[in-house]
Design a protein around this ligand. Sequence first.
Ligand SMILES: [Zn+2]
Length: 215
Amino acid sequence: MPELVFFSGTMDCGKSTLALQIEHNRSARGLQGMIFTRDDRAGVGKLSSRLGLVTDAVEAAEGFDFYAYLVGHLSKGGRCDYVIADEAQFLSPEQIDQLARVVDDLELDVFAFGITTDFRSKLFPGSQRLVELADRVEVLQVEALCWCGARATHNARTVGGEMVVEGAQVVVGDVDAGDEIGYEVLCRRHHRRRMTAATARAAALSPDVLPVTPM
Ligand SMILES: [Zn+2]
């Protein structure tokens, strides 16, 4: 039976690397996949992993219809044995519904990869719809670690080095110098306390944390 599988996790949990691995394993067995992504850090029409691997992909922009695209591809004699959708957190709920229809009506496996929650620890709409519809949810546990050494389960956004919990859900791409927005993965405890690696370092160096004898 074809399946809709949602591989979910934090940033840096190895989702795109696994997507590329699945693609490699299946194409080595002679299968042909259709790869989609949205706003990959490597640019339009690319699926990349932090380990430096890149492959071409179809850009599933806002309003893109997965079901119509695949029906069009197949009806023109194109081949597709399975579907990979990376950065699925950025997809709309309607687009996730289309992916479910691809599984049910076109009888193709669909492997969707996405970050579960945003920097406010709220579900992305695309990820929420995947949790609702997927036949299987696989939580990726490539050990992303908080600065304290605990397993990182939450994504933090920093602006100018300070962790923030408000702002637009999506700010696209990796952040480079000149852009003061950054991301860091944290354990829940330190996400709740808004304590990033830099904040923790500063606190450890600050005389404020030395015991104070009440006068
Ligand atoms: Zn921690």
